[in-house]
Write a protein that binds this ligand. Structure first.
Ligand code: ZN
Length: 176
């Protein structure tokens, strides 16, 4: 084993899960299952354990992740967290695999354009908390890009993060 994968390699788009599994050779390989709409992202677990992960993308089949394929890269939101098995927990962001606990020290974030922070700040409400998924949809930006923008705006005091259950959501600070 050569350590965990740090990037995702999309090896194909197929109609059925069995066809997807047949394409996966290396740790971090993934294939998209699509029939009319994206159904799932099938991955060779990026931690190297050899298991196959199925990330559901179809809201009709229960809890679903959001897939974004812009600029020929793959992003999935929110983070992928396996409750059972090897307990892998990672973020897929522009083909980068960012580990959330184990292996975290080797994370390399994808390129980020700080100029989005102007429009993100404009979109944060004053009177309620809003999160990266909601704002990303409203602004047509990747949720992980918006999440980073919100953290940076928060560290400058332009927005304030909620506490407790509202963690990860933000409202705008009056006067900013
Ligand atoms: Zn694993």
């Amino acid at each position: 084993m050569n350590g965990p994968a740090r990037s995702l390699r999309l090896v194909g788009t197929v109609a059925y899960r069995e066809d997807a599994e047949a394409l996966l050779a290396r740790t971090g390989d993934a294939a998209l299952v699509e029939r009319g709409i994206p159904r799932s992202l099938v991955m060779k677990c990026p931690d190297g354990c050899g298991e196959t992960l199925v990330v559901n993308l179809d809201p009709r089949s229960g809890k679903a992740w959001r897939l974004d394929r812009r600029q020929d890269s793959t992003t999935v939101y929110p983070s992928v967290w396996l409750a059972g098995g090897c307990r892998s927990h990672f973020i897929l962001w522009r083909d980068a695999i960012l580990w959330c606990d184990r292996f975290e020290e080797g994370n390399v974030e994808p390129p980020y354009d700080a100029s989005i922070e102007v429009v993100v700040l404009e979109a944060v409400p004053f009177d309620r908390d809003a999160g990266a998924a909601e704002l990303g949809t409203a602004l047509d930006l990747l949720a992980w890009d918006v999440a980073k923008a919100l953290r940076r705006l928060g560290s400058r005091g332009d927005v304030r993060e909620g506490a407790g259950r509202a963690r990860g959501t933000y409202r705008r600070v009056a006067g900013r």
